[in-house]
Design a protein around this ligand. Structure first.
Ligand code: NAD
Ligand code: TYD
Length: 360
């Protein structure tokens, strides 16, 4: 049985990836999820898999070398999928240090522990070991409005403390590949949306605020462009890169689904109006009147757009969920999980952890 060490599996993309992997591989794999359960880590995201014999949760900080090397000593890890990070640009502008600690130092600890466990005395590596570093397209900086795409060869030019810390972590992974021939891949993905996303990010924030009749804050002129990908498509890409990708390569992951922020907000409002049943009192306040232009984000990148040619041509990955369908599925999920949103916004999920695992 192949054993995966997933970091940050209680977060948005990590938990979707874990669900996807169990749906795909069932009992053929063992997943160990190491997560520090910061504000963004919610064990409730994984309650359906908690009872599985082939799922293990370890509460630990990836910067804690002792805790991470203990995991490698206790289990024969075959694959690492490294999601754990501080992930929100606005928070990085307010408080950059924790981003540098987790994203840079934490990645260094993960690389060191994997290398120590996997490297043979002659500098080769044990058969079949692979480390996948999950990164972002934000490392490439900002594109002009008129055109152009991010390719794997695009020079790094990060602007926010978040993207600078992710760029640093990518460069560390590249350095380990070049220096130690460390068996790794990097994926740089565009903006994700879907179930379990924390409502500090644009799409769940707009859904949640609109349903509550709260203002919908638009930064600047609302014309910044992001390239949105349904999170399950990202999970599939990560799995395929580990299965079929060439070691030491970087793959860009994105959906050719560029939209201005203001377009996204209009689509969400229209879709909510279509989906809310007649007689639902929320229909009255879900309107465009809620849109409120606010001060722009500092250093706000204008446009991101991925050219996914390499992953399509080499591995055969393509996004499967069209945006209109993905946004409906996402809204349906938030309709069906009002308690999740309530727990996340009230902080009750931290109580869930204490109840489930006891205070540690
Ligand atoms: P998230 O903020 O939802 O989840 C991060 C997870 O990491 C949480 O469970 C948190 O508890 C955990 N974590 C944070 N610090 C930790 C530490 N020191 N030790 C152990 N665990 C820690 O993030 P996400 O949106 O799921 O993103 C996951 C990864 O994907 C990140 O590396 C991010 O840079 C990358 N990424 C995200 C997007 C996106 O649109 N969200 C796009 C491309 C790449
Ligand atoms: P976000 O979801 O924070 O992702 P990222 O900054 O990593 O791309 O933001 C997506 C876009 O939406 C970004 O251009 C900033 C903008 N935005 C708003 O206009 N209002 C908001 O309340 C938020 C959270 C984001």
């Amino acid at each position: 049985m192949r054993t995966y060490l997933v970091t940050g599996g209680a977060g948005f993309i990590g938990s979707n990836y874990i669900h996807y992997m169990f749906r795909k591989y069932g009992d053929q794999i063992h997943i160990i999820n190491v997560d520090a359960l910061t504000y963004a880590g919610n064990p409730e995201n994984l309650k359906e898999v908690e009872g599985r014999g082939n799922y293990t949760f370890v509460k630990a900080d990836i910067c804690d070398k002792e805790a991470i090397s203990r995991i490698f000593a206790d289990y024969e890890i075959d694959r690492v999928v490294h999601f754990a990070a501080e992930s929100h640009v606005d928070r990085s502008i307010k408080d950059p240090e924790v981003f540098i600690r987790t994203n840079v130092l934490g990645t260094a600890v993960m690389l060191n522990c994997a290398r120590e466990a996997w490297e043979n005395e002659d500098g080769t590596y044990k058969e079949g070991k692979r480390f996948l570093h999950v990164s972002t397209d934000e490392v490439y900086g900002s594109l002009e409005e008129e055109g152009g795409y991010f390719y794997e060869t695009t020079p790094y030019a990060p602007h926010s403390p978040y993207s600078a810390s992710k760029a640093s972590s990518d460069l560390l992974v590249k350095a380990y590949m070049d220096t130690y021939h460390f068996p790794a891949n990097i994926t740089n993905c565009s903006n994700n949306y879907g179930p379990y996303q924390f409502p500090e990010k644009l799409i769940p924030l707009i859904i949640n605020n609109a349903l509550k009749g709260k203002k919908l804050p638009v930064y600047g002129d609302g014309k910044n462009v992001r390239d949105w990908l349904y999170v399950e498509d990202h999970a599939k890409a990560i799995d395929l890169v580990q299965e079929k990708g060439r070691l030491f390569e970087t793959y860009n992951v994105g959906g050719h689904n560029e939209k201005q922020n203001i377009e996204i907000i209009h689509i969400i409002i229209e879709t909510l109006q279509e989906m809310l049943p007649p007689g639902d009192p929320r229909r009255a306040h879900v309107t465009k009147e809620l849109i409120t232009y606010v001060e722009d984000r500092k250093g706000h990148d204008r446009r991101y757009a991925i050219a996914p040619d390499k992953i399509r041509d080499e591995i055969g990955w393509e996004p499967e969920t069209m945006f209109r369908e993905g946004i409906r599925q996402t809204i349906r999920w938030y309709f069906d999980h009002e308690d999740w949103m309530e727990h996340v916004t009230s902080g009750a999920y931290q109580k869930y952890y204490d109840d489930m695992y006891g205070k540690k």
